[in-house]
Design a protein around this ligand. Sequence first.
Ligand code: AMP
Ligand code: ZN
Length: 164
Amino acid sequence: MQIQMKKEEIVASKCIQQKSKISEHAISIRNCIFCRIVKGEIPCARIFEDDKVISFLDISPANKGHALIVTKGHYETLLEIPDEVLLDVMSKAKKIARAMSSALGNKGFNIVMNNGKAAGQIVPHAHIHIIPRFDRDGMNVDWKHKKYNDKEIDEFRGKITRFL
Ligand code: AMP
Ligand code: ZN
């Protein structure tokens, strides 16, 4: 027997789905360590704050002075951050990297953003790492370079450009 839903039932079920998405979001914000830092519920070594971002020192730094730039809104990864917020995040990353280099005398810095568990993201609230770098500081962001087989690079280029 075919079950047909009335228009009102479809609307009601969509509403329920929407509500449960909203409550899932609320729960993840309540439990989110960076949201709690934004709200001032957990202390941090804050170095900068404005209406869209907060920046504080990473509690387990790759090098001393390692800073995080965290969006004040709860977005899980880069892909959820609205463009206007992202522009602000990147401009503040530049400001902080410059200040850090003046203060610590580092000759370089790495900007790292882990997006998703597979990429090593531990805290599911979007953030950028700025890590001061010194000669022979023992830190390694090296990876093993892989090789494409014949024509494979064109296949990958084609696959990705189809979505752009
Ligand atoms: P990620 O792997 O990109 O999610 O990195 C999360 C980073 O947050 C790690 O480098 C942690 O050391 C750092 N972290 C976690 N909790 C705190 C905290 N309460 N204050 C400062 N940094 C933190
Ligand atoms: Zn959060």
